[in-house]
Design a protein around this ligand. Structure first.
Ligand SMILES: C[C@@](CO)(OP(=O)(O)O)[C@H](O)COP(=O)(O)OP(=O)(O)OC[C@H]1O[C@@H](n2ccc(N)nc2=O)[C@H](O)[C@@H]1O
Ligand SMILES: Nc1ncnc2c1ncn2[C@@H]1O[C@H](COP(=O)(O)OP(=O)(O)O)[C@@H](O)[C@H]1O
Length: 297
């Protein structure tokens, strides 16, 4: 038996860091939403009880370091599952990009195996398990648009944005999420207007959404990598209505209201950046965006 499921990328419309916690994580307030750039996760039942994984991109770990493998292993151990699974991931989301590709693969694996292994777990239970793999996995289980608090694992659904275009540009920089959080000087940090962003989403007010885009981690990454600032400037110059770095970076996203501007911005950026994508915001709220009601393709 087989299941295929899409694992979409996220962007942070707003990311605020409140304080550093005793456990080493940071307390955050993030507004997260999905875009229609997705990996594909194929799950095939293994009767021998083993877990194995292959990934289309050779540089992504295809062993227990892969978050999708960890999701399968966690479910198998926690629920004493006898069957196994082979996981095949077709990567389309840039890796280590601030787009939660690995977290989304883990979330898709949790949802898919819940069906394949007939575990009967609720979405809330899957999201709680996801938080054991990484802070962004819970949001990826729910999908839609949400306010994420705690270390990012406490999820409250909020209104989806209007149907806007998004240009993603990822410069060839490898950075570590932990280093970016640790590089933040909280006493000097600029904070987001989270409540105002939620209100703008409720009003479907694209101009205010663009004006309120804010990421407290951006200053850290911009200081380390001036090329990220360059991409932001160029995106604005080519006509994006709002521009921000996603997560810990280095991907920059631009929100574009007019479809007629999308090609100009895309082509302009392609002149000096290899990884550029023109995508749409996914408007579905609730679980499993971009899929049918079972979360399948
Ligand atoms: C910054 C964000 C924004 O959505 O995304 P990405 O840039 O990774 O996409 C997330 O907070 C990243 O979440 P995720 O990538 O799941 O991080 P985790 O694996 O849980 O943590 C990796 C490391 O980041 C730091 N970390 C993470 C989350 C958090 N709230 N505070 C932290 O300080 C910790 O040092 C931790 O050891
Ligand atoms: N399924 C996966 N896809 C991509 N990267 C993965 C996956 N599983 C584990 N990783 C590891 O996690 C790191 C961060 O990957 P990713 O989730 O793409 O980044 P980000 O959290 O910045 O969006 C990668 O460098 C890779 O080594």
């Amino acid at each position: 038996m087989k299941y295929s499921i899409k694992a979409p990328a996220k962007i942070n419309l707003s990311l605020d860091v409140i304080r550093k916690r005793e456990d080493g994580y940071h307390e955050v307030e993030m507004i997260m939403t999905m875009v229609d750039l997705a990996d594909r996760v194929d799950l095939s039942l293994r009767a021998d009880g083993g877990i194995s994984i292959d990934v289309s991109e050779g540089f992504v770990p295809s062993d227990e370091r892969n978050f999708a493998y960890q999701a399968a292993s966690l479910l198998k151990k926690r629920y004493n599952v006898r069957e196994g699974v082979h996981i095949y991931i077709t990567k389309r989301i840039p890796v280590a990009a601030g787009l939660a590709g690995g977290s989304s693969d883990a979330a898709a694996t949790l949802k898919g195996l819940n069906e394949l292994w007939q575990l009967g777990l609720s979405v809330d239970e899957l999201a709680t398990l996801g938080a054991e793999i990484g802070s962004d996995v819970s949001f990826c289980v729910y999908g839609g648009t949400a306010l994420a608090t705690g270390r990012g694992e406490l999820i409250k659904p909020i209104a989806s944005p209007p149907p806007l275009w998004v240009i993603l540009a990822k410069p060839p920089i490898g950075l570590s999420t932990a280093d970016v959080y640790n590089g933040l000087k909280l006493s000097e940090a600029r904070h987001a207007k989270t409540a105002e962003m939620i209100a703008a989403l409720e009003r479907q007010d694209a101009a205010s959404i663009c004006a309120l885009l804010h990421n407290t981690l951006e200053d850290v990454t911009l200081r380390l990598y001036p090329e990220v600032a360059h991409i932001k400037e160029q995106m604005k110059r080519f006509g994006a209505n709002g521009v921000l770095m996603s997560g810990s970076g280095p991907t920059v996203f631009g929100i574009v209201e007019k479809e007629s501007r999308v090609n100009r911005i895309y082509n302009g950026l392609r002149g000096f950046c290899d990884e550029v994508y023109a995508v749409r915001l996914i408007r579905t709220s609730g679980t499993c965006p971009n899929t049918d009601e079972n979360g399948m393709l």
